[in-house]
Design a protein around this ligand. Sequence first.
Ligand code: DX5
Ligand code: ZN
Length: 224
Amino acid sequence: MGSIQISPSILSADFARLAAEVNAVPSADWIHVDVMDNHFVPNLTLGLPVVESLVKASPRPLDCHLMIEEPDRWAPGFAEAGAGSVTFHVEAAAAPIRLARAIRTAGARAGMALKPATPIEPYEDLLSELDMVLLMTVEPGFGGQRFLDVVLPKIRRTRDMIDRHGGVVWLQIDGGVSAETIERCAAAGADVFVAGSAVYGAQDPDAAVQALREQAESAAARVA
Ligand code: DX5
Ligand code: ZN
C-alpha cells in the first residue's frame, strides 16, 4: 500500500472563491476537481477553462475526476492542461486502455473510476495501464451523500488484486468519506481519500485534512 494521501474535493467549496479555497488546505496532497457534464451524472459543474485557471492558482496538483460521457474525446485535454491526475469512468469509456495511454502520454497519472455497482473483476488486466483506481462510495453526482458500506468488500478485493499484481497502483475512495467512515476505508486497503463536505464544510478545512490523515494512518497501521 502507498502512503496515505488526502484529496479535498472543491465540489463542497465556494465556487466564487476557488483560488482562496484551494489555498485553504496546505496539508492536502491533491486538489480533487469534479467535472460533471449533466449527462453521465445529473449535475453540471465546471470544465476545461476553469481547470486551466486552477492549475495556475493551486499550490497542489489537480486530481481531476471526470464524470462525463465520451471521456475518450475529452480526458487527454485535462492532462494537456496540466492536471497531475486524470480519472475517467470505465462505464463511459469506449477504449479504456487506449484512453489511459493517451492520458499518460499527455503527462498525467491515469485513473479509472467505478460507480458503486460496477465490479472490478473484469478490469484486473488493466491495472498495468493505470496509476490509480477510484472506487465510488456514493452514486456520483453530488457531495454530502451517505457513505455506502456495501462497497467495502470491493475495496478489499481491489486491494488484494493490486497487491497480487505487484505494481504501484493507488486506490482512491470518493464519497461520504468523513471522520466516521475513513478508518473503515483505510482498514480495507484504500490509500487516497477524497473528502468534500468533511473538509470544506468544516470550520477549519486544513485541520480537517490533518485529522483525516491521522485517522487513516492509524487505521492502516493497525491492519498492517
Ligand atoms: C461526487 C464527487 C465527490 C464529492 C464527494 O460525485 O465525485 O468527489 O465531492 O463529496 P463528499 O465527500 O461530501 O461525499
Ligand atoms: Zn469526485
